[in-house]
Design a protein around this ligand. Structure first.
Ligand SMILES: Nc1nc2c(c(=O)[nH]1)N[C@H]1C(S)=C(S)[C@@H](COP(=O)(O)OP(=O)(O)OC[C@H]3O[C@@H](n4cnc5c(=O)[nH]c(N)nc54)[C@H](O)[C@@H]3O)O[C@H]1N2
Ligand SMILES: Nc1nc2c(c(=O)[nH]1)N[C@H]1C(S)=C(S)[C@@H](COP(=O)(O)OP(=O)(O)OC[C@H]3O[C@@H](n4cnc5c(=O)[nH]c(N)nc54)[C@H](O)[C@@H]3O)O[C@H]1N2
Ligand code: SF4
Ligand SMILES: [Mo]
Length: 747
């Protein structure tokens, strides 16, 4: 057996364990065949030695959805060049997408299954290389032992931000028998804003750049950096034809620079602004009363509650001038208007869901719902789910997750009851408490990162305390993997078949290279574990990702091989109906075919019946987020996106990107810097009232940040890691999300 060198933390960067010389020599030729996977009937990479050829895949570097297409050229099994996939709907690669080639051939990649040999907490886990057979056997035995002794629900299945592994992992959880399936979107991402919309509208409603819209309001979403494919180009094109743009964001970011009206709201006070706009609509007779009477509930309560939000009160609360509040409401009412609601910032606040809901009611009040120029509902087929939630309800057996028996076994039942009722993805945010209570005893992680949570040390301790844990990843991450039992190498996007891509109505397959070393694609890992743990290989497609994809694509009237034969074209799949407007009036939204919406009442609920049922106010009432104090006079936004960084990943994986910003940089307003005598590039410590730990950063003096803000990046490691500054209380009770983006600080 060969020892792996101990990973170390250096200067805030995680250094992956590098294989020793001896391992390297043994690695070549030994056990290689076990990692190869050749699905039948689809094109695989030509063998090494053959000429240059074209392959196609999907970029997974930032995990926004839908993702961008990559066309690559390969020689033998080596990718030698990547370029835009011209025929793909998202075909402009950003810096992070281009740098995925460097990630693919990063010498620190995890290429073999590793097993610990030292006790947990030992400085050196004593990682040794093992075979896939041994790894799968051990996982099946250990998970089944927990199931036999305590019950299947004691195993937590978890996917981090990587969205592509999710469908088979959820299927694995289902047939293993655990409703405790979670992912990054149930920890903290944008699913809480979808949740908020579901509470009012019964489903997500979205206002992308809409050619018929006269006005668009973008709240807390910097799409120019966070989803650059087409977003900004589209926005500029709409602006050129006369679109009026309202942007609500404390920062003067790239999108705000295009705004006709930039409402530079104080972080965490959005609810007050939204209610202020609602009040203007009511007072000025701008509400579409016929629409509201026919399709909405709770209007009287809403009018009464809005009364307190005078423009003057809103100015005091939010920092937005009273006249701008009035102008924004008038501009929006003079529609047709669409609305783009927040990606991740507003939902990551103690009152996040209600704040999103309050904004969302502006659409219903002005009748800008599913109309030309307004925000629209997708009319996906009944069985369809976004691919990060399983592709189809049948693939993951969603019905089972929704049974009351499963809901009561979930670990979010007590602390996030509204989420528990509405969502099939469980919230794992109280994991430390649940492990202490014995309600979780084993952990099956795919792309797990403990830095996703506030106070990551508590989650590390929870993983350490479990009977058994493993994770799959591209790299060994010491902060997450140190106390796990096994760490398994995942094949990268260039090396995998699954999942196929869905882009609107278009469906794409891939043509990959073979994985390096013994990396397996996540779908193969999850399906193989499923077959071993349940003893039912058929249920898990004999471990074959392409067969699993075909089980989904078959009912759609297509197949993986058919989509692959179309390459480089990405064609419409006719299973998806054409877009249509006013579907609520035509009985096209509800699954029972009746007119109306998918809420319990069938109407747009200003007063949410689900919130009320669980003892919360039904209206999206406003609660002020913690504000700066004398001792901590600055507000911390912990986690805005940078164009060349993704979460905790890109820094060590794609060194080209690290060169662009090699340390944690915070944006601060010139006035705040002058008050503190800070200059460009000065090093500071960030302090928070919630933590004894201080966090290192470099200052950028910039108008991007509103006065009173510290605009920080999360995901750095060591003493630059900001998650220690956020409390494990004051979370949003409607979603269970931590208040990650706004807390007080001092620097
Ligand atoms: N304070 C604060 N906290 C936040 C946020 C914030 O803005 N501020 N944002 C929240 C949001 S929106 C998100 S999405 C999360 C980020 O979610 P995280 O899950 O924390 O995301 P990453 O840091 O990208 O870590 C993902 C891990 O998966 C590995 N990985 C990447 N791709 C794959 C793959 O395909 N397969 C496998 N097996 N592994 C893979 C990576 O190497 C990495 O170790 O953080 C949340 N937490
Ligand atoms: N480059 C890059 N792209 C990414 C990612 C990445 O890590 N890097 N991550 C992907 C993921 S997982 C996600 S979830 C998305 C996130 O996509 P976005 O949500 O668009 O990303 P952010 O940069 O956090 O933008 C949030 C905006 O909200 C503002 N904001 C902060 N607090 C408040 C507030 O209280 N009120 C209002 N109104 N605005 C506020 C911030 O100033 C910021 O401009 O990005 C995806 N794309
Ligand atoms: S925006 Fe960039 S990182 Fe994100 S999917 Fe597209 S190319 Fe990849
Ligand atoms: Mo996210």
């Amino acid at each position: 057996m060969v020892k792996w060198r101990i990973p170390v933390l250096q200067g805030g960067e995680c250094v992956n364990p590098s294989v020793s010389r001896r391992t390297l020599i043994q690695g070549v030729g030994a056990g290689f065949a076990a990692g190869l996977f050749q699905p039948a009937a689809v094109h695989a990479a030509p063998a090494a030695g053959e000429g240059e050829w074209s392959g196609w895949t999907i970029c997974d570097s930032c995990n926004h959805m839908p993702m961008c297409g990559i066309h690559f050229r390969a020689r033998g099994n080596t990718v030698i060049r990547i370029e835009n996939w011209k025929e793909h709907p998202n075909h402009f690669l950003c810096s992070k997408g281009i740098a995925t080639l460097q990630r693919l051939y990063n010498p620190n990649r995890l290429l073999y299954p590793l097993k610990r040999t030292a006790p947990k907490e030992a400085a050196d886990p004593g990682w040794v290389r093992i075979s896939w057979d041994e790894a799968i056997k051990m996982i099946a035995e250990r998970l089944n032992a927990v199931k036999a002794k305590y019950g299947a629900d004691r195993v937590l299945f978890y996917c981090g931000d990587p969205k592509e592994p999710r469908p088979p992992v959820m299927r694995l959880a289902r047939y293993f028998g655990s409703p405790n399936y979670c992912c990054e979107s149930s920890v903290a991402c944008n699913l809480a804003y979808v949740h908020a919309l579901e509470l009012s509208y019964g489903q997500e409603i979205s206002g992308g750049p809409n050619p018929k819209a006269k006005c668009t309001m973008i709240v807390g979403k910097n799409g120019a950096w966070a989803s650059p494919h087409g977003f900004f180009r589209n926005l500029l094109a709409q602006k050129a034809r006369g679109l009026k743009l309202i942007v609500v964001d404390p920062r003067r970011m790239k999108v705000a620079e295009q705004a006709d009206l930039h409402l530079q709201v104080r972080p965490g006070t959005d609810g007050a602004l939204a209610w202020g706009m609602i009040r203007v609509l009511v007072k000025e007779g701008l509400v579409k009363r016929d629409f509201v009477e026919k399709w909405c509930t709770g209007y009287e309560e809403l009018v009464k509650y809005a009364e307190a939000f005078t423009p003057e009160f809103v100015e005091k609360e939010t920092g937005v001038p009273a006249a701008d509040v009035v102008e924004a409401a008038r501009l929006f009412a003079d529609g047709p208007s669409s609305m783009m609601l927040p990606g991740q910032s507003v939902p990551h606040q103690g009152n996040g869901c209600n704040n999103v809901r309050a904004y969302s009611l502006l659409m219903a009040l002005t009748g800008n719902v599913d109309n030309k120029g307004g925000s629209t509902f997708a009319n996906w087929p009944e069985d369809y789910l976004r691919w990060d939630e399983g592709y189809t309800k049948s693939f993951i057996d969603q019905k089972w997750f929704n049974e009351p028996e499963q809901k009561t076994k979930r670990i979010d039942r007590e602390f996030a009851p509204v989420w528990n009722e509405l969502q099939v993805l469980c919230s794992p945010n109280k994991l430390p408490e649940m492990v202490k209570a014995g309600r979780i005893r084993a952990f099956a992680g795919f792309g797990t990162n403990v830095l996703i949570w506030p106070s990551p040390d508590e989650y590390k301790a929870a993983i350490r305390a479990m009977d058994f844990s493993f994770a799959t990843d591209y790299f060994y991450r010491d902060d997450t993997h140190h106390d796990m039992d096994l760490v398994l190498p995942a094949a990268m996007n260039f090396e995998r078949y699954a999942p196929f891509g869905v882009h609107g109505r278009k469906v794409s397959a891939r043509k990959p290279v073979k994985p390096l070393g013994e990396a397996w694609e996540d779908w193969k890992i999850a399906l193989t574990i499923g077959a071993a743990a349940t003893g039912d290989s058929k249920l898990f497609f004999d471990g074959d990702p392409v067969k699993a994809c075909d089980s989904i694509l078959g009912p759609w009237g297509t197949s993986y091989a058919e989509r692959q034969a179309m390459l480089p074209a990405v064609n419409v799949c006719e299973w998806f109906p054409k877009p249509e407007t006013e579907k609520y009036a035509k009985g096209l939204l509800r699954f029972d075919g009746k007119p109306g919406f998918r809420t319990p009442s069938g109407k747009i609920e200003f007063v949410s019946s689900v919130q009320a049922k669980h003892g919360f106010p039904g209206l999206p009432v406003y609660e002020r987020a913690p504000q700066p104090t004398k001792e901590f006079p600055l507000k911390l936004i912990n986690g805005t996106r940078r164009p060349y960084i993704t979460h905790s990943k890109t820094r060590s994986d794609q060194p080209y990107l690290l060169e662009l910003e090699p340390e944690s940089v915070i944006n601060m307003n010139p006035a705040d810097c002058a008050e503190r005598g800070l200059k460009e590039s000065d090093r500071v410590w960030i302090l928070s009232p919630y933590s004894k730990t201080k966090v290192r950063a470099k200052v950028r003096v910039t108008l991007l940040a509103r006065k009173g803000l510290v605009d920080a990046q999360y995901g750095w490691r060591g003493d630059q890691e900001t998650q220690v500054l956020i409390p494990r209380f004051g979370w949003d009770p409607i979603s269970g999300y931590p208040a990650a983006t706004t807390s007080a600080s001092r620097s």
